[in-house]
Design a protein around this ligand. Structure first.
Ligand code: NAD
Length: 351
């Protein structure tokens, strides 16, 4: 056994079908009685239903959560928190809504009950990314780690098929990079392999039938497992590239992860053989990179940066940004090879 250091994160997880019914109980258990419900404009109806369900425990709804947590949106939400006298937030939605809850907690220390409806995994991490003047910065602080996560599989049945696949690939990316992280440890590596396997099994079934409850349950479990990996250990070149492409070129989050991941894995293949063997085993694939590529390609996800808003002329600048302050990576960062990685991702070549 290699020596390791592991920090466990405190968080309460309630997982099941129909668990949305337990929100009031969880709010009360935190000693709170004035919940501000957060969501996006697209999920407003679900937010309104939750406010009705909470009755006297809810003091309002803020439904303008936005991707990449722009600081202007956080300021607007903080003004609502103050005007309604909220003593906790209840975030219902994907990573964007949960990001807003975290931003509010960063400023106010209010406790968070979060109800994830995608597989992004933000709910399980002490990480917050925020965007100001077109620049996205991230920080790690326990202040933003949600106190309670309520996973209700029923809420994921409405996640559209394509978003299910890209969001699932986003989750797999966390577990993949956890397996070759510089602070990898045996507990998180086990969870990573289980998370990849659960999502790998679930996506083909959900693609065939989005209302397959057992597969939805596997996928949501996988999302939690992969989110825990993201929260526990450092990420490498894949996350650096996605951070660059999302933050500086405004590419969509889950789709970017989906397209880049097989190529980032191919880049690291020779430098992290044990991790690669575990990823391939979890996916039942011949190689890690091909297993990941095929999972996306066979289930209707985008596979080319060219198809999700990247301009070929911007690749050089993306290479420059990604290589200028790189995250630790098992293979040294070689700008010419990173250029090749992005060229492959741009054209969607099978690795
Ligand atoms: P998202 O939260 O922006 O959701 C995308 C769209 O899908 C939204 O319109 C949303 O309302 C809708 N939606 C969500 N769940 C649905 C459902 N079940 N049915 C129907 N519609 C649904 O997208 P995301 O990929 O979950 O999150 C991306 C954001 O999360 C990015 O800003 C990213 O940086 C952040 N993130 C942060 C962390 C972290 O640890 N800090 C981790 C992962 C992602």
């Amino acid at each position: 056994m290699q020596p390791f250091v592991y920090n466990a994160l405190p968080s309460r997880v309630v997982f099941g079908f129909g668990t949305l019914a337990q929100v009031a109980e969880e709010v009360r258990a935190l000693g709170c009685s004035k919940a501000l419900v957060l969501t996006t404009p697209q999920q407003r109806a679900s937010g309104e239903a939750l406010v009705r369900q909470l009755g006297d425990l809810a003091v309002g709804l803020y439904d303008n959560a936005t991707m990449h947590t722009p600081v202007e949106v956080t300021r607007e939400a903080l003004a609502v928190v103050e005007s309604v006298g909220a003593d906790c937030v209840v975030a219902l939605g994907g990573g964007s809504t949960i990001g807003l809850g975290k931003a509010i907690a960063l400023h106010t220390d209010l406790p968070q009950v979060v109800i994830p409806t995608t597989y992004a995994g933000s709910e399980a991490t002490p990480i917050i990314g925020q965007t100001e003047n077109g620049l996205k910065t991230t920080q790690r602080t326990l202040k933003v780690l949600p106190e309670v996560i309520i996973y209700d599989v029923d809420l994921t049945l409405s996640l559209p098929a394509q978003m299910t696949v890209t969001s699932g690939m986003n989750a797999i990316a966390h577990a993949v990079e956890a397996l070759y992280s510089k602070d990898a440890n045996p507990l998180i590596s086990m969870l990573a392999e289980q998370g990849i396997a659960a999502i790998g099994r679930a996506l083909p079934r959900i693609h065939a039938n989005p209302e397959d409850r057992e597969a939805r349950s596997d996928a949501l479990f996988g999302a939690w497992a992969c989110g825990v990996c993201l929260g526990a250990v450092g990420m490498s070149i894949h996350h650096k590239l996605c951070h660059t492409l999302g933050g500086s070129f405004d590419l969509p989050h889950a789709e970017t992860h989906t397209v880049v991941l097989p190529h980032a894995v191919a880049y690291n293949t020779d430098a992290a053989p044990e991790a690669m063997a575990r990823i391939a085993r979890a996916l039942g694939a011949e190689t890690a990179a091909r297993g990941i590529f095929d999972l996306a390609a066979k289930h209707g996800a985008p596979i080319r940066l060219a198809d999700i808003g990247m301009k070929e002329a911007d690749i050089s600048r993306a290479v420059e940004i990604a290589c200028s302050s790189p995250y630790w990576n098992p293979r040294p960062i070689e700008p010419a090879a990173i250029r090749q990685l992005l060229d492959n991702a741009f054209s969607g070549t099978r690795p």
